[in-house]
Design a protein around this ligand. Structure first.
Ligand code: DGJ
Length: 732
């Protein structure tokens, strides 16, 4: 049987055969309605001719390619039992069940398939969902079918637990996919784009840090030669998982091109007993004509989640780069006064308020307000913040522990370690085992009691150390086993903790931070309302970091802060218009000691914050667009266009010397070609510079969307690290 699912310009044609999990015949542009009889022809058009060669499988490749079907490249499923059997899973009599589910954004098509492998006493299954946005989410599962206390024998005994090596679901790429774009980076430069050729072989990107990491691939996207933001068909995969992961693009000798993603498991980390099931994280697939269209599907999906924030994103002030560990009530109250004056709506007290945490060598884990730093408790600050009409947020790093802490001294077996009892320290810290009996409850209770007592609206949830050589030290962990690798259990326990806190405090918002942007994925984003994109607030580098982040997340989920004039991480000096013009795009914030800023700067900042608030509905609900430009390294034209095409905001940002000058017209992409727009400067910028273009004067110009998105506007004379904001309103 062949089925055809359609949503948001996407068609998915699936063959449901009795001897294998679903075969994807088409994933891409909408094929329009296909009558019943046409479906059979679609099946015949794509199926392989059976020959004497085992590679007949090539065109009937299921979403879990397995060796017993003749697949001679990397199998999607690697399993074994302790007695060395179950090495080659072979599901038979596969059953498929197609259904739908109604959600806030529309109908989701769901296909559940499973087949029992009688020889190996297991069942393999998959679940595929075509979401209303055209996003395809795919996961797989395996169940150990040994009967509890049943007969012993090969693969059936108590010594023969099922060890999960790998399960990586895949989707097919069209032959036209020739190049791969994914991301890499490091602390303070996350999610920079990189492009490689899709040649025969495997492109493999992995995370071994117990989190996606600062170098996370984020999307692995393969498309036509030279595909860009606005054109070139591209298909991509993202792993919705906050632990270790694997992304791959396979180009086999038999000509198949595949994209896949799955959890990366440590040896023996997941071991199933009779009746137990392992389910992979969701591999999320998107496609589009250009990267903007690919990104819009994940944005739309996130915006449909119950966890997605529904009220305007409060502009926040974070104290970290203003005071670091130097907590002083009077100073922090003065900072709150200055924040309220420029229009800040949420005040977030960062690291340093608890235990012995006067620097980063001690106190992590002791989630009690420090009497030394805060002799009157946090209440006087919180009351002051509330009296100024602002919400209060507080920093935590729940999964981490300093060995120099009361918690570590009381519970040494709550610290994840390898068999030697050690593990590398990062920033003087180790990782708290959320599966150690009592540890999860301790965190849940300590965080909850502070949220309740202080009226905390927001938690910045940090995670600075990678999980390296981390196994359970406790004799009887609540998840996993003593001595076994703990990343998988830890990730699920974290999800349970976030879910439990949200259940108890439905209004509480949580930000995912991991030493900046080390944990940004669609798994954590089902449970958090913001990410901290990077510890680098330098607006020049932020242009790259935010552009990469925008491929996965819509602007309202991305923390973007205005820092000090001289960036703390890079020491680069940037003027306020560039800093604030870069921060205006996301969930805006300020991370700067405003008590030291001069009056003119505070007034200018207040003006840009007011502009952000006015534009928030557009910025936080519209479609993100990026222009394809020949001088992409140094020139960025990006914007947000309202979904009904009625208005837009664009930035023209110059990051270096342009190779040609003065510069001719450049497009403003994504506008409605049938409408005319008035184009104006959104805010006066650089009045002292001779960078003006005639269209910037007075009431601006009125031009057709078709003209603006193709020919566009002649650029003013732009200098490195200058940025102007353009506001567009449809006039008809
Ligand atoms: C790392 C975060 O990314 C920073 O923003 C800050 O919260 C520090 N940790 C605090 O230790």
């Amino acid at each position: 049987m062949t089925i055809h699912l359609r949503h948001a310009g996407t068609s998915l044609v699936l063959d449901l055969l009795p001897d294998r999990l679903p075969v994807v015949r088409h994933w891409g542009p909408d094929l329009g309605p296909v009558p019943e009889e046409g479906l059979a022809d679609l099946q015949r058009a794509g199926a392989s001719s059976a020959g004497r060669n085992a590679h007949w499988l090539t065109n009937d490749l299921p979403i879990l390619p397995l060796a017993h079907l003749g697949w001679s490249a990397r199998p999607s499923v690697l399993l074994s039992r302790a007695d060395s059997s179950a090495f080659s899973p072979h599901p038979e009599a596969v059953e498929h069940e197609s259904t739908t589910e109604q959600g806030p954004a529309g109908t989701t098509h769901i296909l559940r398939s499973s087949g029992r492998d009688a020889g190996n006493l297991l069942t393999l299954g998959t679940e595929l969902r075509l979401e209303p946005s055209g996003l395809v989410r795919l996961r797989a599962w395996v169940r150990d079918d040994r009967p509890e206390g049943g007969p012993h024998g090969a693969g059936t005994g108590a010594d023969s637990d099922l060890l999960i090596g790998e399960i990586t679901p895949v989707m097919p790429l069209p032959q036209e996919a020739q190049e791969v774009v994914d991301m890499s980076g490091h602390h303070c430069l996350e999610r920079t784009l990189q492009r490689t050729q899709l040649t025969p072989g495997t492109r493999l990107r992995e995370s071994w840090e117990g989190r996606p990491g600062h170098d996370a691939a984020t999307w692995m996207a393969a498309g036509t030669t030279g595909f860009g933001w606005r054109s070139g068909r591209v298909h991509g995969v993202h792993l919705a998982w906050s632990g270790n992961g694997r992304y791959l693009a396979l180009h086999t000798a038999s000509g198949r091109k595949l994209l896949g993603a799955g959890e990366l498991l440590l040896p023996g980390e997941v071991r199933l007993g009779p009746g137990q099931t392992y389910t992979t994280p969701w591999a999320v697939f998107s496609w589009g004509e250009g990267l903007d269209a690919l990104a819009h599907r994940s944005h739309a999906w996130l915006r449909s989640l119950p966890s997605h924030p529904s009220r305007p994103r409060p502009v926040l002030l974070n104290t970290w780069e203003a005071v670091y560990f130097d907590h002083d009530l009077d100073k922090l109250k003065a900072l709150a006064d200055a924040a309220a004056q420029v229009g800040i709506e949420r005040y977030v007290l960062d690291d340093g308020w608890f235990g012995s945490r006067r620097d980063d060598t001690s106190g992590l884990g002791d989630w009690q307000v420090s009497p030394e730093a805060w002799p009157q408790g946090l209440e006087p600050l919180v009351e002051h913040v509330h009296s100024l009409g602002m919400e209060f947020g507080l920093w935590f790093e729940p999964e981490m522990i300093n060995l120099d802490s009361d918690l570590a001294r009381a519970h040494p077996d709550w610290v994840l370690s390898d068999a030697s009892g050690g593990a590398p320290e990062h920033r003087n810290q180790r990782v708290l085992d959320l599966c150690a009996p009592g540890a999860w409850d301790y965190l849940y209770e300590s965080i909850s009691s502070l949220v309740e007592r202080l009226g905390i609206d927001y938690i910045k949830w940090d995670h600075n150390s990678p999980l390296l050589a981390t196994g359970h030290a406790a004799a009887e962990p609540t998840c996993g086993r003593q001595g076994a690798g703990a990343v998988h259990d830890q990730t699920l326990a974290l999800y349970r903790l976030l879910d439990a806190l949200h259940e108890r405090f439905p209004e509480l918002e949580i930000e995912s931070c991991a030493g900046g942007g080390g944990r940004i994925d669609l798994g954590i984003l089902e449970r958090t309302q913001r990410v901290w994109a990077s510890d680098c607030i330098d607006a020049h580098d932020r242009q790259d970091i935010q552009r990469g982040t925008s491929l996965l997340l819509p602007p309202e989920l991305v923390g973007t802060h205005v820092g000090a004039g001289r960036a703390h991480t890079t020491l680069r000096e940037l003027d306020l218009d560039f800093r604030a013009g870069t921060a205006i795009w996301g969930h805006m914030g300020v991370e700067w000691d405003l008590t030291r800023a001069d009056t003119a700067s505070r007034e200018r900042l207040a003006g840009i914050i007011a502009l952000h608030k006015e534009l928030r509905p557009l910025l936080h609900q519209g479609d993100v667009v990026h222009a394809d430009l020949p001088e992409d390294e140094v020139l960025r034209i990006e914007g947000v266009v309202a979904q009904d095409g009625s208005q837009a905001l664009f930035q023209i940002a110059c990051l270096g010397q342009l190779p040609t000058w003065p510069t001719s017209a450049r497009p403003l992409p994504g506008l409605d070609p049938r409408r005319r727009y008035r184009v104006r400067l959104a805010a006066p910028a650089y009045p002292e510079l001779a960078l003006r273009a005639p269209w910037m004067e007075g009431e601006g110009v009125v031009l057709p969307g078709s003209y603006l998105s193709t020919t566009g506007l002649a650029l003013p004379v732009l200098h490195p690290d200058h940025l102007i904001l353009l506001r567009l309103s449809a006039v008809d």
